[in-house]
Ligand binder design. Structure first.
Ligand SMILES: *Cc1c(COP(=O)(O)O)cnc(C)c1O
Length: 457
């Protein structure tokens, strides 16, 4: 099979192949990688011969990868994902009430949906580096879940060093323990004296000033702008579509917009996916953009659904690129203006096109708590605040077909929120037990590039 090529949403980067998107993360012109054409997928082909999750994922991703990975690497990475999930179905679909479903994406090693794509990318990256003999320095900024998933996926990887920047005292104790107790010598945790935005700013500077590290290693990132990570989320939409008799509406709890965009990718490639709804907490830049046409960044406010406290969802650029009819000059202009001014007005025809693809709704803190209580009372289920945002939005939809709310984390990752809403602490699954007993390792640094570089060495 020929290798598919990847373009940048900003149009000023050379074409690259799938391996290039895995290793570089972001396009050199500051844009995001997108396949130059969308492949056609057929659900019957993906699920033929009783395919399990790994087989379905491999088949779905094959046209995106082409010959861009060593032979057998994609299949091995997909097997690894399945092996590290504790549920036989990997991503079980639970029907709460007739026509209302919850898609459980949290049965992986760190109990959040980020494991699905992170384990896949770790498998791919290890195969690529084994072939080229290179070493990679991966840096990631996290408000909690990404760091935990990355540490679990990359701990012990032979050719990869992982640096995780988290804001000091601003991640939950459970999230910190998941990052700092791996004991792996290739993982460095830095607690930054600042907030999550400081961590993201430092990450961007590190990526653009690699020359200053005393190393010849390549530097990259595994944040959700990485195409390989994003595409690794499309298989669970296909697996869910295969279980339902008709196309469902999917309600996705949204932060950086990677998960919701993966649903769009599945639909764009011809899979039977119905409407897509992005549900945010009160950090609602995306909702305002789709309602008013003005995309504007404000200060992120803390909420119970912490992993969605994002003020400028990076992957929105991908949907805008598509909504402009893939006009890279227009997309570049819009996002360069946004980066400078923190605000941009979307042209009328782009806004109309965006609204045909996706809708968005913001859920308040009070509604989030009320949903956690209602789901416990009426359905006997304990859910995390992120899931509650999606489920609350899902219940508002008038059901003419199935509705699926994505459940992105196990409630035991957020015991304080659950206890505040329900009056008791959630039961911990086995992967979250025993963390307190282990030795923690992290360094505390100032929020400056110099301090981070000194720590990395
Ligand atoms: C990261 C995360 C989200 C948001 O996903 P995006 O792809 O960034 O939109 C939602 N819920 C949980 C639990 C997360 O960790």
């Amino acid at each position: 099979m020929a290798s598919p090529s990847y373009v940048s949403t900003r149009g000023r980067s050379p074409l690259t192949d799938f391996a290039g998107t895995v290793i570089n993360g972001i396009a050199p012109d500051g844009g995001l990688f997108a396949p130059s054409t969308w492949p056609r997928l057929n659900l019957d082909d993906l699920t033929a011969d009783g395919a399990d999750y790994a087989t379905l994922a491999e088949r779905l991703l094959t046209p995106f990868v082409g010959e861009g990975l060593p032979a057998g690497a994609l299949a091995a990475a997909a097997r690894r994902v399945q092996a590290r999930f504790s549920h036989p179905d990997v991503v079980p679909l639970v029907e709460l009430e007739p026509g209302l479903h919850v898609l459980e994406l949290f049965h992986g090693p760190t109990a959040a949906f980020k494991d699905l794509a992170m384990q896949l990318v770790a498998g791919m990256a290890e195969s690529l580096l084994a072939e080229t003999g290179e070493r990679l320095l991966l840096v990631t900024a996290t408000s909690g879940d990404t760091g935990a998933a990355a540490v679990n996926a990359f701990a012990g990887a032979e050719r990869i060093d992982l640096v995780v920047l988290h804001p000091l005292d601003r991640v939950s104790p459970m999230q910190r323990l998941q990052m700092t107790t791996s004991g792996a010598s290739n993982v460095l945790n830095l607690a930054v004296r600042g907030d999550f935005d400081d961590c993201q700013r430092l990450l961007k500077r590190l990526l653009s000033e690699t020359g200053k590290t005393k190393t010849t290693r390549r530097v990259s990132s595994v944040n959700s702008i990485n195409w390989a990570r994003l595409s690794g989320q499309a298989p669970y939409y296909a697996a869910t579509a295969a279980k339902l008799a008709e196309p469902a509406t999917y309600v996705v709890p949204t932060g950086n917009f990677g998960d919701a965009f993966a649903g769009w990718v599945a639909r764009q490639c011809g899979l039977p996916i119905g409407d897509l709804v992005a549900a945010t907490n009160r950090n609602d830049a995306l909702v305002r953009a789709l309602h008013t046409g003005v995309y504007e960044r404000t200060q992120a406010e803390p909420t119970a659904s912490v992993s969605m406290d994002v003020q400028a969802p990076s992957n929105f650029e991908r949907l805008v690129f598509e909504a402009t009819g893939r006009d890279a000059d227009l997309t570049r202009g819009l996002f360069e203006d946004f980066n400078k001014a923190g605000r941009v007005t979307l042209p009328g025809e782009v806004l109309a096109a965006l609204r045909r693809e996706m809708s968005a709704v913001s859920i308040s803190e009070a509604e989030t708590v009320a949903e956690m209580q209602r789901t416990w009372r009426e359905n006997g289920r304990v859910i995390c605040p992120h899931t509650a945002v999606a489920l609350h939005a899902a219940r508002r939809i008038e059901r003419t077909g199935p509705v699926v709310a994505l459940s992105t984390a196990h409630p035991a990752k957020f015991p304080d929120s659950v206890e505040a809403a329900l009056g008791f602490a959630p039961e911990r699954p086995s992967q979250l037990q025993g963390l307190e007993g282990r030795a923690e390792r992290f360094e505390t640094v100032d929020a400056t590039l110099e301090a981070v570089l000194a720590a990395i060495g």
